[in-house]
Write a protein that binds this ligand. Structure first.
Ligand SMILES: [Zn+2]
Length: 136
């Protein structure tokens, strides 16, 4: 695995700058944010890691297809299997709340974060560096 080199100081600076920009512009969020390399995250953080962090307990499993309670809308009854996730494709879908997407979108949906915030938050939780895109 190749780690993306980042300078701590610069990273911090970019964070501050992005917050500043976020409040000062009405433009599309993704475009004004300094780059987080979502492709790197999608490759290096697996759906399984995200499910583990969420404490997901599958109620049934066939191959790489898991079913269980939905962490997005918070179904609590243990027998429920409205939430299905495919570990091969790395995508999930909830039949009840219709939430769906990849592992990053799952983290964003559960924690009610934007994709950008979710990416940074997930890196923090997993104890890894945010893969910033050095486009400055
Ligand atoms: Zn749901």
């Amino acid at each position: 695995m190749e780690l993306v080199k980042t300078e701590p100081l610069k990273t911090e600076y970019r964070c501050l700058f992005s917050l500043y920009q976020e409040t000062g512009s009405a433009g599309p969020r993704e475009r004004i944010m300094p780059g987080v390399d979502f492709n790197v995250l999608r490759t290096e953080i697996t759906m399984e890691q995200v499910l583990n962090q969420l404490g997901f307990q599958p109620t049934s499993r066939s191959g790489n297809q898991l079913h269980g309670p939905c962490p997005v809308h918070g179904s609590t009854s243990s027998g429920t299997r409205t939430f299905s996730v495919n570990l091969d494709s790395g995508r999930y879908y909830c039949h009840k709340c219709q939430s769906h997407g990849n592992q990053l979108e799952l983290w964003a949906a559960v924690n009610k974060l934007s994709m950008y915030e979710a990416a940074i938050d997930l890196c923090r939780v997993l104890g890894r560096e945010v893969p910033w895109i050095g486009r400055w």
